[in-house]
Design a protein around this ligand. Structure first.
Ligand code: P6P
Length: 340
């Protein structure tokens, strides 16, 4: 029986289309897949192997780390640092960029990641995921600087996530569409299960944390109020709401059946001196690349996400992404409010 297309065969076949490809990129994706398989195994075992609960530490964001946050970060480092495919690594869980050990072979790529996004869900057995973004490294640099990582999302050569849900699914774009690979645990391979994924242009499903409603800016309040009016209101149709509090799961739902995900800036966030909750470099940008590659849209409300010029590694942004017509509507409400 044919086992189907493995992630490795898929990337080797893709690589044939790239003149002078060295195989480093295929090797890098394999390293990321190994890390994701190891994280998936621990997520699935949970209390059986004592990995749930809080770590004794905080991350650079001042947030309490979960044990699996720290373990997942270590597994990403372990999978990436020895094989000569990257020149450096950045992570939500590390204050500064990670330099490879002295003497380790450097590669052509930089990786930015959120090793375990949504980890507040891990103790209640709700889906979590790993998010990754891949940039080209500057030629011949032993120790890349933070500035080498601070590129707009348009410069990503690839982006993806691995969702640890009922199935473990790795979702990837290398710039010509979105493909999905489901982990076959019988023999530990990610097998191609969907290609040319498209976000439905229209949707009747929104995702936002309603508990922050009293803090919202007018454009967000207007958009959600219209959705809540249902078919009696200006939208002329009823909407459904979802909020999983795990961005990877929300984005996967949107890639699968459409929808709009919003984590906007609001008065409470601004009062804390931040521009948003979610991070640009290793959450918003990789997800924006995936969504755009699948025909959707991603914006801060005022700017195309992938064109935001980064200022610092852990900077935060407002995030509105999903079905193109809905995202464009929300962006137009921001434009109208700015013109008032
Ligand atoms: P809230 C998880 O912590 C995360 O970064 C995203 O995955 C998720 O969409 C969001 O925060 C949930 O935030 O404020 O609803 O807990």
């Amino acid at each position: 029986m044919r086992i189907g297309t493995t992630l490795t065969n898929y990337t080797i076949n893709k690589q044939k289309g790239f003149q002078g490809a060295s195989g480093t990129f295929t090797g890098l994706l394999n390293d990321i897949a190994v890390a994701c398989k190891r994280i998936s195994d621990l997520v699935n075992k949970g209390d059986l192997v004592g990995v749930l609960g809080a770590a004794e530490s905080e991350n650079v964001q001042g947030e309490q780390q979960k044990k699996l946050d720290v373990i997942s970060n270590d597994l990403m480092i372990e999978a990436l640092q020895h094989n000569g495919h990257i020149a450096g690594l950045a992570s939500e869980e590390m204050d500064t960029i990670y330099h490879l050990p002295e003497g380790a072979q450097r590669g052509n790529y930089l990786v930015l990641c959120d090793p375990l996004d949504g980890s507040s869900n891990i103790d209640v057995n709700v889906s979590v995921g790993t998010i990754f973004s891949i940039l080209k490294a500057p030629e011949g640099v032993e120790k890349p600087t933070e500035a080498d990582f601070l590129k707009p999302g348009t410069e990503q050569v690839a982006a993806g996530y691995c969702l640890y849900g009922p199935a473990t699914i790795l979702v990837l774009t290398t710039g010509d569409g979105v493909s999905m690979f489901t982990l076959n645990r019988d023999f530990g391979e990610f097998l191609l299960t969907r290609e040319d994924v498209r976000v439905p242009e229209e949707t009747a499903e929104f995702a936002i944390n309603m508990s922050y409603r009293r803090h919202w800016d007018a454009p967000i309040e207007r958009y959600i109020a219209e959705c809540l009016e249902g078919e009696q209101g200006v939208r002329g149709k009823n909407f459904n709401m979802r909020w999983i509090a795990s961005m990877v799961a929300e984005v996967h739902r949107i890639l699968t059946r459409g929808g709009i995900f919003m984590y906007p800036a609001d008065a409470k966030i601004r009062a804390s001196g931040k521009a948003g909750k979610l991070r640009l470099m290793y959450e918003a940008n990789p997800m924006a690349m995936l969504i755009e590659q699948a025909g959707g849209a991603a914006t801060t409300g005022r700017q195309r996400m992938l064109e935001v010029e980064p200022d610092e590694l852990h900077q935060r942004v407002p995030v509105i992404l999903g079905s193109r017509s809905e995202v464009e509507r929300v962006a137009s409400y921001h434009d109208e409010a700015a013109a008032d």
